[in-house]
Each structure stands twice: as C-alpha cells, then as structure tokens.
Design a protein around this ligand. Structure first.
Ligand code: ADP
Ligand code: MG
Ligand code: ZN
Length: 487
C-alpha cells in the first residue's frame, strides 16, 4: 500500500458481519430453514409479509445470539427491542426488515464486547460495538435465458441472522482478515453458525477510511460483495490505495457504498451511503420487547464450550504445540475436534499436529475437501501413526500411503499389506543383505574404516536398493556399523 504509507496515513477499518444462525426454523415464523429446496416452498403468510400476519420470535435464535454475545464479553441488555428498518426492494415483501436498532433506552440484544486477535506476535483487543438479531431477505434471481425478467424466491425470507458490528479498531486489510478468521472459528466453535463465506452463511461488509498523521479521521466508504477472505483483503487494499490517491490529488473521499468487482479486482460506487434517518427506524409494534432473565443467561454461560483463544493457549502450554500449529488447528473447529479425538488413540500431540497441518492439510488443499469429507478418521490416523511408531512402515511409506488412507475405506494395515510397504525389520534377513552389499563393494567399506563417513551412506543406499526401499534404515545403519567394526 504505497500511497498510504508514503503519506503517513493510517488505515481504519470496521466490519459489519452477518451470520446465518443454525436454527431449524425461521426468525419469526415456523417455516423450515433449508438450502436448496424448490423456490417458494418454505413460506407462510408471516415470511411472505401478508396483511395481518404476526411475527413470533424464535427462542433458539435468541439463545444463539446470547451465546455469541457472552462469548464476546458483551453486556447483554435485559430488555431489548426489535425495530422496523423501512425500505422497498422486491426481495423484502413487507417493505421493512425486522431488525434491532440502537437508541438510548432501546438497546439491541447486546453491546460493548471484544475479541482478541494476534498480529505480529502482539495481542490486540478489537472492540465489538453490538450484536443484534434480524431477519434475512428473499433472493432475486436473474435467469440468463434470453427472456428479460427477474424471479424472486422467498425461501430465505425471514431466515434468522445475527449481525456483529465492530468498532473501527482494525488497522490493516490483513488485520481485518485475521479478525474474520478468529470470529469464524468462534461462531463455529459455539455452533451458532456454519460460518461459510462461500455459501453466504457468513457475510461481511467492510468500512474503511484513512486517518491523517495528526489524527484527523477521514471519510469512510463501505465495501460490499466480499465473498471470500481473499476478496476482503484485496478489496480493502484496493480501497485504501484509491482513497490515498484521491487525498493526494486534494479530492475529498465521498461517503458511499462500493461493490467489489471480483473479475476486475476493483471497487465501484453503487450508491451514496444512506443515513439511519433514511430507514425511518421505529419500534416494531407487533412485538413486545425481549426480556432476557438472569437464570437463562447463567444457564447459557455455563454451557459455553472452550473458546478458540482458551483452546489455543492450552495447546501451546499443556500440549507443547508451536503457536503456528496451534493456530492452524484452532482456526478450524472440525480439525480441532479431529485432533483431540486422534490424541485419545495416539497421545503424541506434536506428531499428530504436524501430520494434520502438514501432510493431511496438503491432501485436503489439493483436493479441495474438508476433513469430514474424506475416509480419514481419528482412529485411522492413529493406526497409521502407530505403524510408523512400531517400525512396521517408514515415515516415507506412511506419507506415500496417506492420500489412499484418506480416500479408501480400509484400515491402513490392509493398505500396507496390499502395497507391500511393510518395512523389513527382521535382523537376520537384513544381515544377509548387508553382507551381500559389503561383499560387492569392498572399496567403500575400506574407505569407511579409514574415516570417510560418506561411504556409509553409500552402503545404506545399496541395501535400500536391494530391498526395494523397505529396509528399516535405523537397523541397516546399525548392522553396517557392527559389521564394519568387527571385520
Ligand atoms: P451504521 O452503518 O449502522 O450507520 P456506523 O456508521 O456507526 O453504523 O458504523 C458502521 C461500521 O462502520 C462499524 O463497523 C464501524 O466500526 C465502522 N466505522 C465507523 N466509522 C468509521 C471510520 N471512520 N472508518 C472506518 N470504519 C468506520
Ligand atoms: Mg450498517
Ligand atoms: Zn414463514
């Protein structure tokens, strides 16, 4: 970000994150929440906005919001209010969205929390402005079949959403990415949201401005259509440079909403930013305020699982993992669960962690899959590692076998037998091969005796060659040394 740093400007970023909640039914009606159902089959008078239909809040959605709020250290308001956010759009049949707005005496579900992230070895608390509940809109479809028309599917209309808004505490696009990774891990660990950006269950809008060296705040723009972590980071980098370029020319930054164009890798203006007044927020007259009692909160607090930050610390201090490995595992709660289940059968944390973030992650990445979409189970990984530990296969053989273990529903030992990968560890059999090799190569044997260590490596290589690479290298080394010493 050359133009930004050259002028001594400071990037200021605040995020607004929408997470679809993992409930069975919608926010204010009993319709099912499901992906991929035929259009307009998961609808009723409430989520279609028909006259006279009345909303009823989903208790589970409130509970998931509270789990998140407590995990973020927020102040939960004992009495919060739903509001109407008014605007017209074809995917919003009521012409208003039921949301929660912030007034002095009408607070949203929860406010004033924080989430810690680690940036360049330094821990920073990013403040959370609020956590509130609202409902999703329907979906507009624009079929590209030559007939100019738009279709609307209301299956998503009324699906529970939680919005998490940060304070403008993030200082770079990379920090914004870190924050989102940490928040996603938190939401997944809490089992409140699937948190998948590519599927739209986690969506982020990013606000960005530049602060002058003297501390004067700049005008912010809001960037939308960020469908991946990469898009978030790239769009913010582009936008910081664009704003710095404007400031360099003496052109003011306009407060507006901009879209990220993934193909062209630029942001473009879509509308000037509407102010809160434009939405004519007012308390939702069809809903009484939400009352959250202490007993409910206590029960939820007691049910919170180990959070990513605690888990990371435990992996480092109690299990001896490096921060990097711990972080990679904790960032993916499914991987963390897999890791711990493997430890139950093979209690060597560092070995298991290295395999998971190394070779296993390599296969997953290459095949674009997640750990639960493979044939690998914690028991199978433990079996594989035990074969190495017992000297029955080499580490190299285990690595070679891994993709197949992840693909096929067979125990690793069966695959080892099938491929003839079993290591030769029978001292008598190996001693015969060693003797053959020494007889065939008297020159290197002589060189070794005169102190040339490299000659030993050559002899080991010859034994490996004659055994098709299956000889146990430690044993071969020992046998060779013994023979050469005694000769
Ligand atoms: P709303 O969008 O509802 O009007 P705010 O304007 O208060 O709410 O803030 C929306 C988001 O913009 C928040 O995430 C906040 O951190 C961020 N934000 C506010 N001011 C700035 C700024 N100067 N630079 C970058 N982000 C900002
Ligand atoms: Mg907003
Ligand atoms: Zn409905």
């Amino acid at each position: 970000m050359r133009a930004v740093t050259e002028r001594g400007l400071q990037v200021v970023i605040g995020l607004e994150i929408h997470a679809q909640l993992l409930t069975a039914s919608k926010m204010f009606c009993g319709c099912a929440v499901a992906f991929g159902a035929p259009p307009n089959t998961l609808v009723c008078p409430v989520c279609l906005g028909l006259p006279g239909a009345l909303p009823v809040p989903n208790r589970r959605a409130v509970e998931l919001g509270l789990r998140t709020a407590l995990a973020l250290g927020c102040r939960v308001h004992p009495r919060s209010q739903f509001h109407r956010k008014n605007y017209y759009y074809p995917d919003l049949p009521k012409n208003y969205q039921i949301s929660q707005y912030q007034y002095m005496d009408h607070p949203p579900l929860a406010t004033d929390g924080w989430l810690e992230i680690e940036v360049d070895g330094e821990v920073r608390a990013i403040r959370i402005r609020r956590v509130h509940l609202e409902e999703d809109t329907g979906k507009l479809l624009h079929p590209q079949d030559g007939r100019p028309r738009s279709l609307v599917d209301y299956n998503r209309s009324g699906v529970p959403l939680m919005e998490i808004v940060t304070q403008p505490d993030l200082r770079s696009p990379a920090e914004a990415r870190e924050f989102l990774l940490e928040l996603r891990a938190l939401l997944q660990t809490l089992e409140v949201s699937a948190g998948r950006m590519e599927e739209g269950t986690l969506r982020v809008d990013a606000n960005i401005s530049l602060r002058q060296p003297d501390g004067t705040l700049g005008t912010r723009t809001e960037v939308k259509n960020l469908n991946s972590l990469r898009a978030l980071e790239r769009a913010l980098t582009f936008e910081a440079e664009r704003q710095a370029g404007l400031l360099a020319q003496g052109t003011p930054v306009v407060q507006e909403t901009r879209h990220w164009d993934e193909r062209r890798q630029v942001t473009f203006s879509t509308r000037t930013k509407e102010e809160a007044e434009d939405y004519r927020y007012f308390p939702e007259p069809d809903l009484v305020p939400l009352h959250i009692d202490e007993a409910w909160l206590d029960a939820i607090r007691a049910s919170l699982p180990e959070l990513p930050a605690q888990r990371r610390a435990r992996y480092v201090t109690a299990l001896g993992l490096g921060r990097h490995e711990a972080n990679l595992i904790v960032r993916d709660p499914k991987l963390a669960a897999f890791f711990e289940a493997t430890l139950a059968a093979f209690p060597q944390p560092r070995t298991v962690a290295n395999w998971l973030v190394g070779d296993v992650a390599g296969v997953l990445h290459a095949e674009g899959r997640e750990i639960d979409q493979t044939a690998l189970t914690p028991a199978r990984l433990a079996d594989l590692l035990r074969l190495v530990e017992e000297g029955r296969i080499s580490i190299r053989a285990a690595k070679e076998l891994l993709p197949e273990v992840m693909r096929r529903d067979d125990p690793p030992a069966a695959l080892v037998a099938e491929r003839g990968l079993e290591q030769l560890s029978d001292p008598e059999a190996l001693a015969r091969v060693v003797d053959e090799v020494l007889a065939a190569h008297s020159q290197p044997a002589e060189e070794y005796r005169q102190g040339k260590d490299r000659a030993l490596a050559f002899l080991v290589g010859q034994v490996m060659k004659r055994t098709g690479g299956r000889a146990n290298p430690d044993l071969v080394n020992r046998l060779l040394r013994e023979r050469l010493r005694n000769a």
